[in-house]
Design a protein around this ligand. Structure first.
Ligand SMILES: [Zn+2]
Length: 264
């Protein structure tokens, strides 16, 4: 009898943990990201950032890198973290289940703004070795979470990342002085507009790289022309195409032309 009770208890425990881990892997809402959050293990907690691992082992010293990045993003952008909306701390999850590093809800982050970053292993190990600045790109998205123009959003995140780590790889761009990609004309039509990100952005790595590169060039041109404060006025404006003219005295098309022919 005792043995039977033991066996039943054991079965119950094993059964429960299998169910729990299956739910955790997918998450209550059925999404991969929910699953990563549900099963993430806290590795370290600092003043601004908490780091978590999920399915992988990460080094506790990564916390210091993220904390440093937080202060650098603050300095470069001149912005304060919106703790009223996003909460007091940034949560960074490193997981082998992440394909492309992103923030919570990715491009739809403003629909459910939370201070959560998902990093893939490449971004994590590149952050540790100082060769990849994608972790700063994602952090910059949280500082600038309220956006109207997707190209301004991606452009400022890459610009900030590369100001802090010049020459590093970031997102789809390899860094290390690689030749710039050719920019297909259809990408120019997106720069500085409120057009939604094109459908091919997540499926076509060649055009994806060019889109991010051009966005960064465009933002870099504007920041270097009139400073970060003026750029942030453009960033929050609901109609950036009109705002470019009033803030910079040139049309969007002129800014695109100048940005992509200038040497940076
Ligand atoms: Zn991004």
């Amino acid at each position: 009898m005792k043995q039977l009770v033991l066996l039943l208890t054991l079965l119950l425990v094993v059964g429960t943990s299998i169910t729990e881990s299956a739910v955790a892997r997918r998450g209550a809402g059925g999404g991969v990201d929910e699953g990563i959050v549900a099963q993430g293990r806290l590795v370290g907690s600092g003043k601004y950032v908490e780091i978590y691992e999920s399915g992988v082992k990460i080094d506790p010293s990564f916390l210091k890198i993220m904390e440093g990045a937080y202060e650098q993003v603050e300095t470069v952008t001149g912005l304060k973290f919106d703790t009223a909306t996003l909460g007091p701390k940034v949560r960074v999850y490193v997981s082998d289940a992440v394909q492309i590093s992103h923030v919570w809800k990715a491009y739809d982050h403003p629909s459910d703004p939370r201070a959560i970053i998902f990093l893939n292993l490449r971004a994590y190990s590149g952050a540790m070795s100082g060769t990849n600045a994608t972790h700063i790109h994602e952090l910059a998205h949280l500082f600038t979470w309220r956006y109207n123009s997707h190209t301004l959003r991606e452009g400022i995140a890459d610009y900030v990342a590369l100001r802090i780590h010049p020459g590093a790889a970031v997102g789809p761009n390899p860094g290390g002085g690689e030749a710039p990609p050719d920019i297909p004309p259809e990408i120019l039509e997106h720069l500085g507009t409120t057009k939604p990100p094109p459908g091919w952005l997540s499926t076509d790595p060649v055009r994806r790289r060019a889109y991010y590169f051009a966005s960064r060039r465009f933002v870099g041109y504007l920041v270097e022309m009139k400073g970060m404060e003026t750029f942030m006025k453009l960033y929050v404006s609901e109609n950036p195409e009109t705002a470019i003219r009033s803030l910079y005295g040139i049309s969007r098309e002129e800014a695109v032309q100048a940005a992509l022919t200038a040497k940076h």
